[in-house]
Design a protein around this ligand. Structure first.
Ligand SMILES: NC(=O)c1ccc[n+]([C@@H]2O[C@H](COP(=O)([O-])OP(=O)(O)OC[C@H]3O[C@@H](n4cnc5c(N)ncnc54)[C@H](O)[C@@H]3O)[C@@H](O)[C@H]2O)c1
Length: 389
């Protein structure tokens, strides 16, 4: 018996669209899922955008104000894909209204916001999933298993990189992303949040760190009208970029391993150059998002001149088997969101969490906050500690 679950999407930019497509596809890949998501309503503040989404994807209704979604008895679960400054207010309100939430990273403007949403979810007994999609890549899960099995020996150090050019164009509009009040941090929340989550997913807790940040494009033109994604603006009033374009960070893990995390949103010539290199005493494992279904693996007993093999993930790795019948049939970015939708809906169906949760969002936010504090003071900062997480 498959029950219907009414779902809503709040904020129909890039992520709103991807969440909607994931709901539409999830049962194609997971026919045994005990819930059938039904697109009940979509809320958007830009006039016409919700209506367009409803016409294209089949939402039964639309709303201008997300509060209508919180009060809608047809809605059992909500995707919160609005800008960061709205995550806390909407996340808390939806959880308190008894709606399960699938909320985008970084979950608010800082650790207090992420904690408030986590507390509301725990207090209301609903499920809360978070959009740390890169950890859903089957190759990333395979890398984690490989590391945990000891096949590369004891992990010594890791390098995590997230380089992008999405903000590199000088005519990139001054959207919410570049404002403290609406975006919070810059590349920290946008990209390093994924990096902090990946580092912890692979190697465990980060104990301390020191970071440096920089703004390389200090001014941008304000957009003339509504924006979605990374819009361009020319000729408009120019305003200041209030948050960082770049971060570099040295990490010490609780395990004793060392790490480097570097992220930049204005790297000309870099398109989604996201990945990691994990080194151990007997081997290494390499992943590059642009070749999402491959791992570079070096293992053996040679230590020196030990070869690196390309391993294509296959049906035995993570959720690969739900998408492709054999190794080296490529999966793509949107598939990671289908996996996230599956884990979210399975959590709702079974009442126990699968995949990234709000606790993971709090961990990531605490790490980012430590980076920001270190960048200001120039000092090493202890991450977490009693009562912090
Ligand atoms: N997991 C990922 O890989 C990933 C990638 C991109 C963005 N994100 C996250 O997703 C969120 C949205 O990012 P995006 O790139 O889709 O942004 P976007 O600007 O493309 O979309 C945001 C949408 O929210 C709408 N909106 C703003 N205020 C609203 C309100 N009060 N009520 C309803 N709708 C409102 C905007 O009009 C816009 O359509 C951000 O938190 C971002 O960090 C995650």
């Amino acid at each position: 018996m498959v029950d219907a679950l009414g779902v809503a999407v709040v904020g129909f930019g890039w992520m709103g669209r991807v969440h909607t497509q994931a709901y539409a596809r999830v049962r194609h890949h997971y026919p045994h899922l005990a819930l059938r998501p039904e697109l009940v309503t979509v809320a958007e503040e830009v006039p016409g955008r919700a209506e367009e989404a409803a016409a294209q994807f089949g939402f039964a209704s639309t709303a201008r104000d997300w509060r209508e979604v919180a009060a809608d008895p047809r809605v059992g679960a909500v995707s919160i894909t609005a800008p960061n400054f709205l995550h806390r207010e909407i996340g808390v309100a939806m959880a308190e209204a008894g709606k399960h939430i699938w909320i985008e990273k970084p979950v608010g403007l800082g650790p207090e916001d992420a904690r408030a949403v986590a507390d509301a979810v725990a207090g209301s007994g609903v499920q809360g999933a978070v959009g740390f999609n890169y950890r859903n890549a089957p190759a990333v899960e395979a890398a984690r298993d490989l590391i945990a099995s000891g096949e590369i020996g004891t992990v010594t150090h890791v390098r995590v990189r997230l380089f992008s050019d999405y903000a590199a164009h000088p005519e990139g509009a001054l959207t919410w992303r570049y404002e403290r009040e609406r975006g919070g941090s810059g590349v920290l929340g946008d990209l390093a949040s994924h990096g902090a989550d990946l580092a912890r997913f692979l190697l465990g807790d980060i104990a301390s760190l020191t970071a440096d940040t920089a703004v390389f494009l200090p001014e941008r033109a304000r957009p003339a009208g509504a924006t979605a994604g990374h819009s361009r603006a020319t000729g408009g009033e120019v305003g200041p970029v209030e948050n960082e374009d770049y971060v570099s960070c040295l990490l010490r893990f609780a395990s004793g391993a060392r790490g480097v995390l570097e992220a930049c949103r204005v790297s000309v010539g870099e398109q989604n150059n996201y990945g990691f290199e994990v080194h151990g005493t007997e081997g290494a494992v390499f992943w590059d998002f642009r070749r999402m279904n491959e791992l570079g693996v070096s293992r053996g007993a040679s230590y020196q001149d030990q070869p690196v093999s390309t391993v294509y993930v296959g049906p035995g790795d993570g959720e690969f088997g739900a998408f492709q019948p054999g190794a080296a049939n490529a999966m793509g970015y949107d598939d990671l969101k289908v996996i996230e939708a599956y884990r979210f809906l399975r959590s709702v169906a079974e009442g126990v969490p699968y995949g990234a949760t709000l606790a993971d969002a709090v961990h990531s936010a605490v790490v980012l906050d430590a980076m920001a504090r270190s960048a200001e003071s120039g000092a090493w900062v202890t991450v977490g500690g009693p009562g912090v997480l």
